[in-house]
Each structure stands twice: as C-alpha cells, then as structure tokens.
Write a protein that binds this ligand. Structure first.
Ligand SMILES: [Mg+2]
Length: 159
C-alpha cells in the first residue's frame, strides 16, 4: 500500500461515528485541527464538536489533537473547552508527537488512528508512526453562518 494512501476516507469528522470506532477497534484517535475539526479561518469550536467528542469518548476512544499550527493559543482555544490533550507545532509528517501521545496513553499502534485532511502531513505522519490514516475532506466554510452573525453583531456594535 502506498504511504500516501489513507486506510479510510470520510467527508467530515462527524461521519466517524461511535459505531465505526468500535468496529475498527480505535482506542485512540489522533486528530488534526485546521480544516479537519474546523476550517482554518474559524475562531470558535463548532457546536457539533462537543457532542462528537463525548460520543467518541463514550465509545471508549480517546481523542488527542495533533496540530501543525504554531499558535498555542489557537490550538488550546479549541481543545480546552472539551478537556482534550493537544499538541501544537507538531511538525507532521514527522511522527514523533503521534508516537509520544500514543505511548503516554499506553495504546498499541494497531488501536490508534490519525485523522486529518492532508496527505503530505496527516496521512504521511500516520504511516511513519505505523498507525492507520483516516482522511477527511478539507473543511471549508465551517461555522460560516455563525461567524457572519458574529461579524454583523460586531459591526452593529461599532455603529
Ligand atoms: Mg489540516
């Protein structure tokens, strides 16, 4: 199998259901942040993220966010509300932080998946780490409506 080939593909993170996680025996799901759990431009976590995280945890899957974003503040802003462990500036496709997170939680490679939107970082890092790669579509326009409302609210405040 090519090192660029994902083991599974999904449109959005929400399509990864607790049933799929159980079937696939995923005890640890390492997640990319930008354009996977949110669009690159969104400032706020999606409402769906909270319920999805809870459902995954209930299914016995731990989630750790592994982001290449260099901003600690941005990554923590998404992860702290859900009490998720996170790594920023992870330097994917280097696999060091994927393996560190997995070993810290004591999960074997065969029960671990890296999920992300990019072949050159997320999929490759998974392959280097000896774990499965799940590819999601590049997430665009996420929270667009809410952010529009926010922007409108801000401009109204200024007027
Ligand atoms: Mg990404």
């Amino acid at each position: 199998m090519s090192i660029f080939r994902a083991n599974r593909k999904f449109d959005r993170f929400e399509d990864v259901t607790p049933e799929i996680l159980r079937e696939e025996k995923v005890k640890l799901l390492l997640c990319d942040l930008d354009n996977t759990l949110t669009s690159r431009l969104s400032k706020n976590p999606a409402e769906e993220l909270g319920s999805w995280v809870k459902a995954c945890q209930k299914a016995g899957t731990e989630i750790v966010v592994i982001s290449n974003n260099v901003s600690k503040k941005r990554v923590q802003n998404f992860c702290t509300p859900f009490k998720l462990h996170c790594v920023w500036w992870a330097n994917k496709p280097l696999s060091v932080h994927l393996t560190k997170a997995r070993e810290r939680l004591g999960v074997e490679p065969q029960y671990t998946v890296m999920m992300g939107d990019k072949w050159s970082t997320d999929v490759l890092a998974a392959k280097f780490a000896g774990i499965r790669a799940w590819k999601v579509e590049h997430r665009k326009g996420f929270l667009k409506d809410e952010e529009k409302k926010e922007e409108n609210g801000d401009s109204k405040k200024q007027n």
